[in-house]
Ligand binder design. Structure first.
Ligand code: ATP
Ligand code: MG
Ligand code: MG
Ligand code: MG
Length: 597
């Protein structure tokens, strides 16, 4: 490919609105272009990397017999109503109405009515596809003989993220590989879970990045039946703790904490009336397991200025519970994952009197509360709403009107405390936790019967009895992974592409393309390399200094750079430079293919 013909505009300066390295470098290297917040075009170079990663994913999944299909991006509300998620998914789900619903709405308005527009929304953009795949399978699979089945797609997803940022790392529109498996029983679903777990290990290993599978929050489902895969990078939004004495590695949201030391539970706290505002629904909690949003920098130390909220959670399956949320005071309001919920719930802010009546305690009743016990979703609409500032008698041990022993039965104090770096690992009792930052690039999840039961996805077993299928789901953020690879592989001059997803492997620079000999030699090596199966971007641009070409080449960061210039050719050589090590090798043009191979 000739660079003079490539759609690319490199930038010397770092764009002002780019906050992380991958975003800065991808923008500077002319790989992505923003169309709107969190919505990007993938320009030719980026798209090559993305497709290469997709191919790795396809190849590895094929080894496990997964079948690829493609589902619609626009999804009917009916399916989401069937599963119950239409009500509980929250604002990440972009809902809208089609022409027919709009006409109905207009008609009602014409009649002088003032209907709520939201009731007319009958479609959404798919953020994930459990409902659609379950609908497909229930209509096409009848017998145990057809199971197990593992189906996946690689598709554009839309999630109306509260804070789209970091370029492709947290977009609103992004590419995801999402897979779903269907089984006759638990044991077979577990087998597939580990098969996918291993497939993901192969995928990220092939990519050539440092990654960790980590135990993640599986909420209501329990056990270790969800793992996230994290690319380790300082810019990662997730905190991971890993024991240096055993294998145990876990998202801090879920890491087991050692027992609470004595005496941390005594400092009294004041609950003040003016810290509560009028109640109203502020957000929904889906399932503790499949939480709506983890857009929260977990693992930060809670401080004296942390804020607390009391909520009433009304569960879809009935029952009400007092819960709380912890927000860091110096941080803007973030959604926080909810723990200790066992079902779908609506959350309402609770006025103080009600909270008191509910717990039967006057203000001042206390209990230790860590981030871990009362994580919850808080809508941005909350900003400035509640400011129950309270103190902590020790970092990570907070007090407010909640007695976890009573209000969160089944939890021990140790459950309620966030684990932290340096803690003794309770699994092996010997090692200590080390902290890492990670970018979540994938997640495997055992779903169980959640969708098959609510949507009637059943099969007939050998005895002809009807049973719900046991399901699993498996996601990889394709575009996020490509960005994450850059977060881990760059230097001051630009990107250091891992070979498997480099847009091109060799950057051939004609240093004096006007010179006939240079042009001829460069042309020949380009042909030879391509014939040998290498991908070459040939910088044949005229009227550019070698220095400027070097700068661009470093920025684009393909693994090998081959320089052809008059000076070298006088000695009969071209120069091959390794982008990562900067080692330079002089060699005869006809020796290039052998050297690169
Ligand atoms: P996060 O915790 O970062 O919000 P998630 O847990 O909501 O991610 P999943 O529902 O597990 O995401 O989706 C599967 C994968 O899709 C994630 O592991 C991640 O790699 C990718 N992904 C999720 N949200 C985004 C996004 N906004 N932009 C890019 N990739 C994303
Ligand atoms: Mg999310
Ligand atoms: Mg997550
Ligand atoms: Mg996830």
């Amino acid at each position: 490919m000739k660079q003079s013909k490539l759609l690319i505009q490199t930038l010397r300066e770092t764009p002002r609105d780019a906050d992380v390295v991958s975003q800065q470098l991808m923008m500077r290297a002319g790989m992505i272009q923003k169309a709107a917040a969190g919505i990007y075009s993938y320009l030719p170079l980026a798209y090559r990397s993305i497709r290469k990663f997709e191919e790795i994913v396809r190849e590895e999944l094929a080894k496990d017999g997964c079948q690829e299909l493609l589902m619609p991006a626009v999804l009917p509300a009916e399916l989401w109503q069937e599963s119950g998620r239409w009500k509980f998914y929250g604002d990440e789900l972009l809902r809208f109405c089609d022409r027919k619903a709009k006409a109905e709405l207009a008609e009602r308005r014409q009649r002088g009515e003032t209907p709520d527009e939201r009731e007319f929304y009958n479609f959404c953009l798919g953020p994930t596809h459990e409902e659609v795949i379950t609908d497909i399978v229930r209509k096409n699979v009848r017998s145990y003989k057809q199971l197990p089945m593992n189906l996946f797609q690689i598709q554009t997803k839309f999630r109306d993220e509260r804070r789209p940022r970091f370029g492709l790392m947290r977009g609103r529109e992004f590419t995801m590989k999402d897979g779903y498996s269907f089984h006759v029983d638990d044991a077979d679903a577990d087998r597939e879970y580990w098969a996918m777990f291993n497939a993901y290990k192969r995928i990220f290993a092939r990519l050539g990045v440092k990654f960790r599978p980590v135990e993640a929050d599986s909420g209501a489902i329990g056990g270790s039946f969800t793992h996230e895969f994290h690319v380790l990078a300082g810019s990662g939004e997730d905190a991971i703790l890993s024991c240096d004495g055993c294998e145990y590695t876990s998202n801090i949201e879920k890491t087991e904490a050692p027992a609470l030391p004595a005496g941390v539970n005594e400092a009294p706290m004041e609950l003040r009336k003016d810290h509560f505002r009028t109640p109203g629904v502020v957000g929904q909690v889906e399932q503790a397991a499949g939480m709506i949003d983890a857009d929260h920098p977990q693992g930060m130390p809670l401080t004296q200025t942390s804020k607390f909220f009391l909520y009433r959670a009304t569960f879809a399956e009935g029952g009400t519970k007092l819960v709380g949320a912890v927000l860091r005071g110096d941080h803007e309001v973030n959604p926080v994952k909810v723990k200790n919920f066992t079902g779908a719930a609506e959350l309402e802010l609770m006025p103080l009197e009600e909270a008191e009546a509910f717990t039967g305690t006057k203000t001042g009743f206390m209990g230790p509360v860590g981030l871990k016990d009362v994580q919850m979703l808080v809508d941005r609409s909350l900003e400035g709403a509640v400011n129950l500032t309270c103190g902590a008698n020790r970092t990570d041990y907070h007090h407010f009107g909640l007695d976890p022993k009573r209000d969160l039965p089944g939890c021990t104090f140790a459950d309620l405390r966030m684990a932290q770096e340096g803690d003794v690992c309770p699994r092996c009792g010997k090692g200590h936790y080390q902290a890492f930052r990670g970018i979540e690039v994938g997640q495997v999840f055992k779903l169980g019967l959640k969708y098959s039961k609510s949507m009637g996805c059943t099969f007939l077993d050998e005895q002809g009895r009807e049973n719900p299928m046991v399901m699993g789901c498996y996601g990889i953020g394709i575009t996020r992974t490509v960005a994450a690879a850059i977060e881990q592989n760059y230097d001051a001059d630009g990107i250091l592409w891992p070979w498997p997803i480099a847009p091109y492997q060799v950057h051939l620079l004609s240093l004096d393309p006007g010179n006939a000999e240079v042009a001829a030699v460069a042309e020949q090596v380009e042909k030879d390399l391509e014939a040998a199966g290498f991908e070459v971007l040939h910088d044949d641009r005229e009227g550019m200094s070698p220095g400027a070409k070097f700068k661009d080449a470093d920025l684009l960061g393909f693994p090998l750079r081959l320089m052809v210039g008059t000076k070298g050719l006088k000695e009969g050589v071209v120069e091959l430079r390794d982008r990562r090590t900067k080692a330079v090798l002089k060699l005869k043009p006809e020796a290039v293919v052998a050297e690169v191979s």
